[in-house]
Write a protein that binds this ligand. Sequence first.
Ligand code: NDP
Ligand code: OXD
Length: 309
Amino acid sequence: MLVLADFPWENAADWTGELRRQATMHQIYVPAEIPDRASIDAAVVWKVPVGFFDGMTNLRAIIVPGAGVDQLTGSDAPFPDVPILRLADPIMATRMAEYILSVVLDHHRQLGRYRDQQHRMVWARHFHRDPADIRISILGMGVLGKKVAEYLRMIGYQVAGWSRTPKTLPGIDVVTGEPALLSLAERSDVLVCLLPLTPATRGLLDQRLFDQLPEDALLINAARGAHLVVPDLLSALDRGKPAAAVLDVFDQEPLPSESPLWCHPAVTVTPHIASLSNPITGVQQIVRALDKIDAGEPLEHVVDRRRGY
Ligand code: NDP
Ligand code: OXD
């Protein structure tokens, strides 16, 4: 097949090189090299400008080289009515679990407080709770959320989840629906957002939800910036509910220099690194998808356009 590959990241050359190395059955082109737009069978794209797909009359599928697809499906650029596939990479899930676990442990064991004490040369020890007394709720119990839950459970935290459809997972209470979300927030010492960005989840991290949180709660958003209503968070932080927020994703990335989040004492900013997609395992999945498209076999990890994820 003829495949158009357009990776937008700093390490685009690694991805394209890896794709050319692994996809021996297919011809890989970057946008500047496309011979004839009508001959493209599949496109591997993260986000596209308006008109990107014009003339690709024989396109059979679009593959997004990441877990989330909102940057493509939620954009103004019209895209053809072909299946959209995404990555469901176990390595990405593990990386996300490492990130969330490191943030939770840093908060739980008050390392920020000790860093601050060190700067003031203060020697003071503080009580910390047992993991079994810390309630962590994960919004989004998909590929990433489930792995995060597994890591947190391993340490002994109390873990609960929220998803669109019911799930039975050992040792984890998974609830569904909006009333359940609000009561889940009431018992969340840590609230982690790992939801896909869809019309139903945009702006979900808002004042109404923050009002339910217990004192001293921690919010972690590692999903998409548009889940969070920033003015609501800023006023909620003033009231200590949540007491702190760790944000890896932002509506506008890079986070603009004028954003109050940069310098807020209760906010930690990381530059969308919670789980960077991995060129080797990511490309393995892309090639598997290309082979299936080529063979006309049933496709995996197909986005449900109606649901938006
Ligand atoms: P999945 O599609 O595997 O899981 C999504 C989960 O969210 C599912 O449990 C789903 O419920 C639930 N969900 C979706 N809509 C709703 C809703 N309206 N109400 C309640 N629950 C809902 O996604 P992944 O776990 O692979 O990825 C999640 C997101 O993480 C990505 O979309 C992306 O935005 C973000 N991400 C961030 C990264 C980073 O580095 N910061 C890296 C990778 C991804 P159900 O199970 O019932 O379908
Ligand atoms: C993704 C991401 O969705 O890296 O894959 O954010």
